[in-house]
Design a protein around this ligand. Structure first.
Ligand code: SF4
Length: 286
């Protein structure tokens, strides 16, 4: 079996920066708090936890010390609480996420009803919501009812959505006839590059593997896109999760990975896949 890795996959600059900042901070301080997992990869979270990074769900669990803001950012309310408690902030919010927050705020100041196309449960979206009053989060067409009664809409998008989804939702909004729309493209180019590379690759292979955390939005989106073009697409966290029966009769495998998947996970998966294939060949040639 031939194994091909997508031209663009794995850690994005925002995630790489957050991990570097976490290690740098932990080299100077014994305990550092992270509001939510720093990335959707348990191995990395465990490794940083051994060095002193404490992952907490709420501000109430942070008595003192330093708080690392992950690449998804933090809500305005959380940032205010951090300041009120006199905690030190190490801000690893991705610059592209900061841009979405800033644009949301500007659109609100310009008098637009701010609309974000994205998942209301995603921390990046929850953080953006606090930067303007009364933001409407649109996850699916049914949510568009939230926009009735408004005339001027300022539309932005969660960074990791696909261009097709963003464009489709904007088209649905236009169909409903608002008098003024201002659409700002806030998609992340890194994400688009990964999605395009994954779609290109999955069309050329017999089986496609998408590696990354099951809760990682961008990994799930990669798997969803690949599944549209290749039914034999599997979203796995690592090699251990692979049922090798799915390799039977396949000649070429493609591998891609979400923005929070470490290189080591990708390399190990590819190595095992190649070794498995060699061992099957050597058995059949005996
Ligand atoms: S996926 Fe894009 S927006 Fe999100 S952290 Fe990475 S570089 Fe930043």
């Amino acid at each position: 079996m031939n194994v091909i890795v997508a031209e663009k996959c794995g850690f994005c600059p925002g995630v790489r920066n957050a991990i570097t900042l976490a290690y740098e901070t932990l080299s100077k301080e014994k305990i550092v708090y992270s509001l939510g997992p720093i990335i959707h990869n348990q191995d990395v979270v465990n490794e940083l936890s051994e060095k002193g990074l404490k992952t907490v769900d709420s501000m109430d669990q942070i008595p003192s010390g330093t708080v690392l803001i992950r690449s998804h950012g933090a809500t305005k309310q959380q940032l205010n609480q951090i300041r009120e408690k006199g905690l030190r902030i190490v801000d690893a919010t991705c610059v592209l996420v900061k841009r979405v927050q800033k644009i949301g705020q500007q659109l609100h100041e310009e008098g637009y009803k701010v609309v974000i196309i994205g998942d209301e449960n995603h921390p990046e979206v929850q953080a953006v919501v606090g930067y303007a009053e009364d933001v409407a989060v649109i996850g699916q067409v049914a949510d568009l009812c939230k926009l009735s009664g408004h005339k001027k809409l300022g539309v932005i998008c969660q960074t990791t959505q696909s261009p097709d989804h963003f464009a489709g939702m904007v088209a649905e909004i236009i169909r409903r006839g608002f008098s003024e729309l201002k659409v700002v493209n806030t998609l992340c180019r890194e994400t688009i590059n990964r999605q395009e590379a994954a779609v290109k690759l999955c069309k050329q292979v017999d089986v496609m593997f998408v590696l990354g955390g099951l809760h990682s939005a961008n990994t799930r989106k990669l798997a969803e896109l690949c599944r549209k073009h290749n039914n034999a697409t599997f979203h796995l966290q690592n090699w251990e999760e692979l049922d090798t029966k799915v390799l039977a009769g396949r000649q070429t495998a493609g591998v891609t990975a979400g923005a929070s998947t470490p290189d080591s996970v990708i390399e190990r998966f590819v190595r095992h896949l190649q070794a498995y294939e060699s061992s099957q060949n050597s058995k059949s040639s005996r």
